[in-house]
Design a protein around this ligand. Structure first.
Ligand code: 13P
Length: 331
């Protein structure tokens, strides 16, 4: 059996990142329908198959995060996880059951999914999954996130991470400060730093091995309704300051894209490679990788290859950004 540390190292392989294709059934159906494709189980399967079988995907992608439905579907005639292993890509699984209204904290959420988690992790590992993902969500307003939301979500993230490591799955720990709102980059930095501090404490209390875990944070950017557009060098500098509190033994950091336009996410990822950090910094993008592919394909069988080409182009750009680190370290 592979240890969590070994799997985490494979996930963070130089020049590669992670593809997040784990949208829930509801979210995926809405995205398909917005692209003119009926939101059926078969269309969701075909779309994930298109992504996974993109030629040479493994050159820039170390792992793909799936949702429960996809892990139970087939890709090219084989169970999805088996198909990914054959392609040289690690299968991952989103194991939270979503951000739900948090009792006592109006307007805020706590991510659920701890009930029965150990049994589900065992089953996912048997199906071939090697890593997992859990996303906590925090929105910035004048009064949020509150200390309560920060505390309950940190506790859940840590319980999830510890359970994953016991089941032999690498936890991707994702505390996401969403871009909704008009807040400044500095406010995003303060909020993200406070959340990370609480997450670190919770992980430490449950003896989570950071060397067998991947952190998936938001980049530190201004709110989507703020007309300022922080330049990549400034995004990198401030993001680096927030992240520097993470211990050296963390296996790696894989950023979410959070709704940034694909080009901006890539430019920021490239700028981040100039930081001297003890851990590798890569991508674990969803929308910034797959949106161009979905729009190129739109469910049209004659546009299948165009969809794959669009994904390959985004993967190439982001893998090139990550490879900058290796080049810079050589100089
Ligand atoms: P985005 O890159 O679209 O933010 O998605 C990443 C992800 O996995 C969200 O949970």
């Amino acid at each position: 059996m592979h240890t969590c540390r070994e799997i985490a190292t494979q996930l963070m392989a130089p020049g590669k990142g992670i593809l997040a294709a784990d949208e829930s059934i509801g979210t995926m159906s809405t995205r398909l329908e917005n692209a003119g494709v009926e939101g059926t189980a078969e269309n969701r399967r075909v779309y994930r198959e298109l992504l996974a079988t993109t030629p040479d995907l493994a050159d820039g992608v170390s792992g793909i995060i799936l949702c429960d439905e996809t892990l139970n579907q087939h890709c090219g005639g084989a169970p999805f996880a088996q198909a990914l292993h054959t392609l040289g890509i690690l299968p991952g699984i989103k194991v939270d059951t979503g951000a739900k209204a948090c009792p006592g904290l109006p307007g805020e959420t706590v991510t659920e999914g701890l009930d029965g988690l150990a049994a589900r992790l065992t089953r996912y590992a048997e199906l071939g999954a090697r890593f997992a993902k859990w996303r906590a969500v925090y929105a910035i307003t004048d009064s949020t996130p509150t200390a309560g939301a920060i505390a309950v979500n940190a506790s859940a993230l840590a319980r999830y991470a510890a359970a994953c490591q016991e089941a032999g799955l690498v936890p991707i720990v994702e505390p996401e400060v969403v871009m909704t709102g008009n807040h400044s980059q500095i406010r995003c930095a303060e909020v993200t730093a406070a959340i990370h501090a609480e997450v670190r404490t919770a992980l430490e209390l449950l003896n989570v091995d950071l060397a067998g875990m991947v952190l998936k944070p938001n980049m530190i950017v201004e709110g989507a309704d703020n007309p300022d557009r922080t330049a990549p060098a400034d995004v990198a500098a401030v993001t680096g300051k927030v992240l520097q509190a993470w211990p050296d033994d963390l296996a790696g950091i894989a950023f979410l894209s959070g709704g940034q336009p694909p080009d901006r996410a890539t430019a920021n990822l490239a700028a981040l490679q100039h930081l001297r950090t003890p851990w590798p910094l890569t991508f674990s993008f969803g929308r910034a990788l797959v949106t161009p592919a979905l729009l190129a394909w739109r469910g049209d069988t004659t546009r299948y290859a165009a969809g794959q080409t669009a994904l390959a182009e985004r993967v190439r750009a982001n893998a090139a950004a990550v490879r900058l680190r290796t080049e810079l370290q050589r100089t």
